[in-house]
Design a protein around this ligand. Structure first.
Ligand code: NAD
Length: 498
């Protein structure tokens, strides 16, 4: 893929020229699917075709796995930890030097604001490579001395791993898996979402440009139930790291477990922002607004249920709605844009279906709920105004199912106990945020909510060392820091009688 653009400062309208035919990357070769079949990748902003991708099937996956298996036994197996860490740093350097170009590609492929891609998606992808370069250099294994014997534990790569990623944060999530997998010496068969294939192709190019041996990172484009399923089923793929929807995660988990593969599942969420009446109102309105609508509400961690204590409910909701109404929806290239287009027209219809359902369920659309009028040509895009819904029960479908769009439901609560009960009343358990000045209460509520991650008086503040992941229907396992390094390696204990 050819991309061009300026690299000085943040240029909101970085030029992007993307090849209109993307290829798989197998053994370092960029090639079409064996069958020659392709899929269209459409823009959610213009509706036009951005590029085609190979519609890969199990034969392409088999080629990719063969390449990965061969690479596992070749030069790559002799690379030291420092060599691997240096390579990750080199990837980060190249991405940094092309930050705007890559952000422009990501924005174009997803419809998200360019500013968001340039300040969050790409910088975080760069951080992932730098972080795991540093983490693997410092990684150390166990040593256990006993009477008359000693044990030491070696860490070995798992082998060939399958990385399957969704469309909402394409480069960021692929790099979050690729960096630790390479750090620990694995070979990879990756499949990005078929509707956001572009930055995965850029990443494959960069990896080879900085000297990754051919076959270590293989990229297979295509549909989930075809290419994705073939990766999970392939007997030589020893571990699957999957991020995506809960229903897909169930299929992937079942398929992988039946074959005794290691599996990590990062799935959906319906996260609560819990606002107590002693919070800092300005900071909390701004923080919960960002939590609700970042990336058009298409972040697994989004606070899509806003629970507000009764003492400040009226005032808080009025201010939240006022702030939501001021968010600019529109051209992703415009620096003032807060919300770009949703990922696709089909997805917007799904989100709009929930807005209609909310009204049937007795809710009031207090703000948004409609398509903005942006004029030609943006009216062809999948835009939707940030939507605030009040008056729903906490148990109806709109309040409990993952919508994954710019829609937040707001619910009053009496006290701490009720807040925790509502927060825990959904099948998901990914994340929550708690907004209060009472430190003791923050500790109690954080401990009581059944999720993998809780933020207090903030949202999405990330330290890459900490465990990332959810409980209940939000997933199995954790990523981040040593959790990722452990997942992508196998411990081997050696016991020596002295
Ligand atoms: P999805 O489950 O539809 O697809 C995810 C990936 O799985 C895609 O690459 C898809 O092609 C592939 N896939 C589909 N069927 C498959 C199969 N049978 N076997 C193997 N692979 C298959 O999810 P999506 O719509 O792309 O992404 C949105 C979902 O991802 C939301 O539910 C969101 O909450 C979740 N998500 C979770 C996290 C997290 O860290 N927990 C992060 C981002 C997104």
């Amino acid at each position: 893929m050819m991309i061009v653009g300026t690299t000085t400062g943040i240029n909101m309208r970085a030029e992007v020229q993307v090849s209109d035919v993307l290829h798989n990357c197998i053994a370092g070769n960029f090639q079409p699917a064996r069958s020659g079949a392709t899929l269209d990748n459409r823009s959610s902003v213009t509706g036009g075709v951005l590029c085609t991708i190979p519609r890969s099937d199990e034969t392409d996956v088999a080629d990719a796995v063969d390449a990965a298996r061969a690479a596992r036994l070749g030069e790559w197996s002799t690379w030291s930890v420092s060599q691997r860490a240096d390579l990750l740093e080199a990837v980060a350097d190249v991405m940094e030097s092309r930050l705007e170009e890559i952000a422009a590609v990501e924005s174009r492929d997803t419809g998200k604001p360019f500013r968001l891609a340039a300040t969050v998606d790409v910088p975080r992808a760069i951080s992932n490579f730098r972080f795991f370069a540093s983490a693997v250099r410092q990684h150390h294994d166990g040593f256990h001395e006993m009477d008359g014997a000693l044990n030491y534990t070696l860490r070995r790569p798992v082998g060939t791993v399958g990385l399957i990623t969704p469309w909402n944060l394409p480069l960021y999530l692929l790099s979050w898996k690729t960096a630790p997998a390479l750090a620990m010496g694995n070979t990879i068969v990756a499949k990005p979402s078929e509707i956001t294939p572009m930055t995965a192709t850029v990443l494959a190019e960069i990896l080879h440009e900085v000297g990754l041996p051919p076959g270590v990172f293989n990229l297979v484009h295509g549909l989930g139930h075809e290419a994705g399923q073939a990766i999970v089923e392939h007997p030589v793929v020893e571990a699957i790291s999957f991020t995506g929807g809960t229903n897909t995660g169930a299929i992937v988990g079942r398929t992988a477990s039946e074959r005794f593969k290691k599996v990590s599942l990062e799935l959906g969420g319906k996260n609560a922002s819990v606002v107590f009446d002693d919070c800092d109102l300005d900071k909390t309105v701004a923080g919960t607004l960002r939590a609700a609508f970042a990336n058009q509400g298409q972040v697994c961690l989004c606070g899509s249920r806003l629970l507000v204590q009764k003492g400040i409910y009226e005032e808080f909701v009025a201010r939240f709605i006022e702030a939501a109404d001021q968010m600019k929806v529109g051209d992703p290239a415009d620096p003032d844009t807060s919300l770009g287009a949703l990922i696709s027209h089909e997805h917007r219809e799904k989100v709009e279906g929930y807005i209609a359902l909310a009204q049937e369920e007795g809710g009031t659309i207090a703000s948004g709920g409609t398509r903005p009028s942006l004029g030609d040509p943006l009216d062809a895009g999948a835009f939707l105004r940030p939507t605030v819904i009040t008056g729903l029960s906490t148990s109806c479908r709109t309040s409990t199912e993952e919508i994954f769009g710019p829609v937040v439901t707001v619910h009053p609560f009496e006290d701490e106990e009720e807040a925790v009960r509502i927060a825990n009343s959904v099948q998901y358990g990914l994340a929550a945020s708690v907004w209060t000045h009472d430190l003791s209460r923050a500790h109690r509520v954080a401990a009581a909510i059944d999720v993998g991650m809780v933020w207090v008086n903030t949202w999405l503040l990330r330290d890459l060392r900490v465990p990332f992941g959810g409980v209940k229907a939000s997933g199995v396992g954790r990523e981040g820091g040593h959790h990722s390094l452990s997942f992508f390696s196998e411990p081997k204990n050696v016991c020596i009688q002295l």
